[in-house]
Design a protein around this ligand. Structure first.
Ligand code: GLN
Length: 192
């Protein structure tokens, strides 16, 4: 059985744990860097990217997570987690982990639409997936080796670059676990 970590500093941590367990994989809440050695893949949850970043600095997670990526382990960023993974953030000089070759824009669906649900067609996952968007970012542009998996109103809302998966919405907030299962399959393939 693969072990999937959920970065447990801030945000929708328990919901991801529940979704991983619903897919019959083992979930581990990651609060210390030492724990990274014992997991096969990591989910960075939604929440507030600036707060999460502050806690990542406080607990020394930046370099260990970059090493985790260099070790080839899969990482999945959802919403704020997507922002944490991105190489570029519109309006900011510096990225957080800067791992995935995408540019993201924060809170980009407008104030009047702070949160909403939309049915999405996600390549390799489902063609009727309900995405829950909460003050969501979107992906403005992607590098040449990034595969766009889903768009909503002409905006990229899910993408994959090899070991990295990211989406604007919260796949852990419904009982549809197909996006989580897609990531778990990535982790299984990497482990084999
Ligand atoms: N707006 C948040 C940010 O910029 C992300 C929101 C979320 O994760 N639901 O970090």
């Amino acid at each position: 059985m693969v072990k999937i970590g959920v970065l447990g500093l801030q945000g929708a941590v328990r919901e991801h744990v529940r979704s991983i367990e619903a897919c019959d994989a083992e979930a581990v809440v990651i609060k210390k860097t030492e724990q990274l050695a014992h997991i096969d893949g990591l989910i960075i949850p939604g929440g507030e990217s600036t707060t999460m970043r502050r806690l990542m600095d406080k607990y020394g997670f930046i370099e260990p997570l970059k090493q985790f990526a260099r070790d080839g382990k899969p990482m999945f960023g959802t919403c704020a987690g997507l922002i944490i993974l991105a190489k570029k953030i519109v309006g900011y000089d510096e990225a957080h982990l800067g791992l995935m070759d995408i540019t993201v824009e924060r809170n980009s669906f407008g104030r009047q639409r702070e949160s909403f649900e939309a049915s999405l067609s996600i390549k390799g996952v489902a063609d009727d997936f309900i995405g829950v968007f909460i003050r969501a970012p979107h992906i403005v542009s992607v590098g040449s080796d990034v595969d766009v998996l889903a768009t909503y109103e002409d905006r990229i809302v899910a993408a994959r670059q090899g070991q990295f998966l990211g989406c604007s919405f919260h796949p852990e907030l419904t009982d549809d676990h197909r996006m989580t299962q897609y990531f778990i399959n990535m982790v299984k393939e990497t482990k084999e």
